[in-house]
Write a protein that binds this ligand. Structure first.
Ligand SMILES: Nc1nc2c(ncn2[C@@H]2O[C@H](COP(=O)(O)OP(=O)(O)OP(=O)(O)O)[C@@H](O)[C@H]2O)c(=O)[nH]1
Length: 257
C-alpha cells in the first residue's frame, strides 16, 4: 500500500496579473515562471520532495515528509520575493490522483484561481510520519532516444515523438491506475504511482509502443519520500540499460522481502 502526500501549488490570480495594466512581455513571464519553479523545486528538493512544473501557473508536488510549517515557510518566502503569491493545498491518499483531487478541492472551496480576494490559502492535511515504502515512483525513458531521434531528426520532430509518448503514457497511467506522470526533460517521464506490480509497468510500456510506436524502458522504486523512491527508480533504470530489460523494480515490498 502506498501513501502519497500531494501538494498543489497555484499562483494566485495570475491570469489578471499577466495583463495588468497591460499585457506583460512574454519572456518576462517565462522568466518569472521558471524561477518560481526552480525555487519551489529547490525548497522541496532539500526536504526530499519532488516538484513538477506541469502548467507553471499550477504545479504539482509530492511532499511526503514535508510538514505544514515548511509549507507555510515556502509560501511566506515566495510572497516576500516575488510579485505574485501562491496558494498551497495538500492531501494524502493511497492513489496519487485522489490525493491531488483532495488537495485541489482545498483551494477550490476557498474560491476561484482568479479571485483577487482568495490569496495565500494554506490548507489540507499532512502526514505526521513517513514509512519506508509509502511512495512508488516510476522513471521512464525512451530507449536509445539519441540514436533514433536526437542524432537523426530535427529537434522539433524529435520533440513531437517524445511528447506523443508522454501524452500516451500520462493518459494511460491516469486512467488505468490513478498515477500522475510528468515530463521532466530530455526523454524522461516520472510517474508517481499507487501500489502497482511489475505487470502494470510492462502493460504501460506495451501500450505506448502500440499506440505511438515509441519504445520505453522504466525503473521503479519505493521509498519513504519522493527522493528515496525516485532515486531507487533511477538505479532500476540503470539496470534496464545494463541488462536490456524494459522493466526493473527496486525497493518494492516484494523485491525486498
Ligand atoms: N530529467 C532527467 N533527464 C534525464 C535523465 N537522464 C537522462 N536525461 C535526459 O535524457 C536525454 C537522453 O539521455 P539518455 O536517456 O541517457 O539517452 P538515450 O539515447 O535514450 O539512451 P538510453 O536511455 O540508454 O537508451 C538526456 O539528454 C537528458 O536530457 C534523468 O535522470 N533525469
Amino acid at each position: 500500500m502506498t501513501t502519497t502526500q500531494v501538494t498543489l501549488v497555484q499562483i494566485d490570480n495570475y491570469g489578471p496579473w499577466t495583463v495588468t495594466p497591460e499585457p506583460r512581455r512574454e519572456m518576462d513571464l517565462q522568466t518569472l515562471q521558471s524561477r518560481l519553479f526552480a525555487d519551489i523545486a529547490e525548497f522541496l528538493g532539500h526536504r526530499d520532495g519532488y516538484a513538477f512544473f506541469t502548467r507553471f501557473d499550477n504545479m504539482i508536488a509530492v511532499t511526503n515528509g514535508v510538514d505544514g510549517d515548511a509549507h507555510a515557510t515556502l509560501q511566506e518566502s515566495i510572497g516576500n520575493r516575488y510579485p505574485v503569491t501562491i496558494s498551497l493545498g495538500t492531501a494524502v491518499s493511497d492513489r496519487p490522483v485522489d490525493a491531488l483531487e483532495a488537495a485541489n478541492r482545498e483551494l477550490q472551496h476557498e474560491g476561484s484561481a482568479q479571485d483577487a480576494g482568495r490569496t495565500e490559502v494554506l490548507a489540507g492535511e499532512y502526514l505526521t510520519e513517513t514509512a519506508p515504502t509509502d511512495v512508488q515512483i516510476a522513471h521512464f525513458d525512451v530507449v536509445n532516444a539519441t540514436g533514433k531521434y536526437t542524432d537523426r531528426l530535427n529537434e522539433f520532430d524529435t520533440f513531437i515523438n517524445i511528447e506523443q509518448a508522454y501524452a500516451s503514457l500520462m493518459r494511460y497511467l491516469r486512467e488505468a491506475h490513478g498515477a500522475l506522470s510528468f515530463f521532466v526533460g530530455g526523454d524522461n517521464i516520472i510517474a508517481v504511482c499507487p501500489d502497482l506490480p511489475e505487470s502494470a509497468f510492462t502493460e504501460a510500456v506495451d501500450h505506448v509502443g502500440g499506440d505511438v510506436d515509441v519504445e520505453l524502458q522504466v525503473g521503479v522504486g519505493r521509498g519513504a519520500t519522493a527522493h528515496e523512491a525516485g532515486f531507487a527508480a533511477k538505479h532500476a533504470l540503470e539496470d534496464c540499460r545494463h541488462d536490456g530489460t524494459s522493466v526493473e523494480m527496486i525497493g518494492t515490498p516484494a523485491a525486498s522481502d
